[in-house]
Design a protein around this ligand. Structure first.
Ligand SMILES: [Ca+2]
Ligand SMILES: [Ca+2]
Ligand SMILES: [Ca+2]
Length: 489
């Protein structure tokens, strides 16, 4: 009989691998995804549909088939793309991605005094040997990396805590999202496309009032399923998996109608056989970030390609950032740890910072929706990851939900409180009250907790509120802090 002890030891070692929990500035983020074939159904038996979109609100919950709120744009797959249209949507954006770069693709934050976080997914096992850090660790875990969501903060980002810059973290794990089924024949999930902005339409009226009345979706289909795309969607161009298609919500009819492609493969200078498999787009700035499948990536380019808009708006260049020396540049794809042989399969870019106003708001809309982690108060004790999200219940009541991961382990139970205060430039010095943390049922990470604050005001007030988690292990006495996180009411 086989000795089970090595397995137990291996399990214990695996359980102690650093980075195995959600970390970084985007824990508990809301998601809207499409899945690749073979992904376990997060909502029941069998496999998830590739012609359905799945979503979750802010929190640690699993994904579930997306459904719209009455009177709001319907982002479900059936509504946007047509019921049972046999296409695979391998890249998706609703045009709200915030990306701060120069016109030739160098990430740039000095003008805006803001930060960015790049959310990305990778193809499981592809380039695992060249992957680094948390991406490499996830490739090696039983559930794999293919249905995990990673976050990366550029080195030169501003405002956000210094120690989070230049770091890749796992924002959500496939086990938490319900996209992994363990067992004798485990089945791993794969995320085909991802977006976090669709969730804005699930929030209260005060937020929705600042969203476009008739949003546009930007998307690509797989090369293998392009023949199933309705002919008018191509507007006369040659069908291609590298063409970025568009559909726009018509508020009057309550349906999506077709717009001509944002860019055809020919406009991007790639053959019709090329395949874009990730995209993030900002309508306001015409900022477009794409990724090609490895096999069809133009020579010399990485997995994160910026469509330069200095002159023609269609030249392809690597998305780059200043390196840690501040003098040279490096490719962002290299900084993420996805690996030189890795395959980026989904991207979305967010900027929740307090930056240039978006009239009539005095701070950016996203600063009301999620927080910015500020500098750690005591670096040595700052082991908790934290993020605060604006949330909304079914009745439209606004809440702020503070999330944490990484409670100090060691055998005992942990007590965590969320200290709520008013930010005071650089130091957490004006605590007003505390909210007791509570364990999150069903979370993928047993060291997670959440706390809910019901605000007295529900309009988009500019008042900043800062929250910081303080946790103590009641057995060991170990103390842990989070970064203070500032969000605007
Ligand atoms: Ca994983
Ligand atoms: Ca494609
Ligand atoms: Ca993809």
């Amino acid at each position: 009989m086989m000795d089970a002890r090595p397995l137990v030891v291996a399990a214990l070692i695996a359980a102690s691998v650093p980075g195995q929990r959600d970390q970084g500035p985007m824990i508990a983020l809301p998601l809207h995804v499409t899945f690749g074939p073979g992904t376990p159904n997060p909502a029941g038996a069998g496999t998830a549909s590739t012609t359905r979109s799945y979503a979750r609100k802010a929190g640690f919950g699993a994904l579930a088939p997306s459904s719209p709120r009455a009177g709001r744009p319907d982002f479900s797959f059936a509504a946007v793309f047509g019921l049972a249209l046999p296409i695979r949507v391998d890249a998706f954006s609703i045009g709200m991605d915030e990306l701060h770069t120069t016109c030739d693709g160098i990430m740039e934050f000095t003008t805006c005094n803001c930060w960015n976080v790049l959310l990305f997914t990778v193809e499981d096992q592809t380039g695992a040997a060249s992957a680094a850090g948390v991406v490499a660790q996830e490739h090696a875990r039983p559930d794999g990396a293919g249905a995990d969501v990673f976050s990366y903060v550029p080195i030169t980002a501003r405002l956000i805590a210094t120690d989070l810059r230049g770091q890749t973290a796992r924002a959500a794990d496939s086990t938490e999202l319900g996209a992994f089924r363990p067992g004798p024949t485990p089945s791993k999930g794969r995320i085909d496309s991802l977006d976090t902005y669709v969730a804005l339409w699930e929030l209260d009226d005060a937020v929705v009032a600042h969203l476009p009345l008739e949003p546009t979706v930007y998307f690509s289909v797989t090369e293998a399923t392009k023949a199933a795309v309705p002919t008018p969607w191509w507007a006369g161009s040659t069908p291609s998996g590298a063409t970025i298609l568009r559909r726009k919500w018509d508020a009057t009819s309550g349906a999506w109608r077709t717009l001509p492609p944002l860019h055809t493969a020919a406009e991007l200078g790639v053959p019709a056989s090329a395949d874009i498999d990730a995209l993030a787009y900002n309508e306001g700035g015409d900022d477009l970030l794409i990724s090609f499948t490895r096999a069809t990536t133009p020579a010399g380019l990485s997995q994160l390609v910026y469509v330069a808009n200095c002159v023609d708006g269609t030249s392809l260049t690597d998305l780059t950032e200043r390196d840690s020396s501040g003098t040279g540049t490096r490719r962002v794809a290299d900084g993420t740890g996805a690996g030189s042989g890795g395959e980026v399969s989904g991207v979305c870019v967010d900027d929740p910072s307090v930056r240039a106003s978006q009239p009539p708001l005095t701070v950016g809309l996203m600063a009301h929706v999620r927080g910015t982690p500020d500098e750690a108060l005591v670096a040595a004790w700052t082991s908790l990851a934290a993020q605060t999200h604006r949330s909304c219940d079914a009745l439209g009541n606004v809440t702020y939900t503070a999330h944490l991961t990484g409670l100090p382990a060691g055998g005992g139970s942990s007590l965590a409180v969320w200290l709520v205060g008013i930010p005071n430039l650089g130091a957490f010095s004006t605590p007003l009250f505390t909210v007791l943390g509570r364990p999150v049922a069903g979370a993928g990470d047993p060291t997670s907790q959440a706390a809910i604050l019901l605000p007295p005001l529900t309009n988009l007030n500019s008042a900043p509120v800062q929250g910081m988690w303080v946790a103590v292990n009641t057995t060991t006495g170990d103390l842990a802090l989070s970064h203070p996180v500032t969000i605007h009411l």
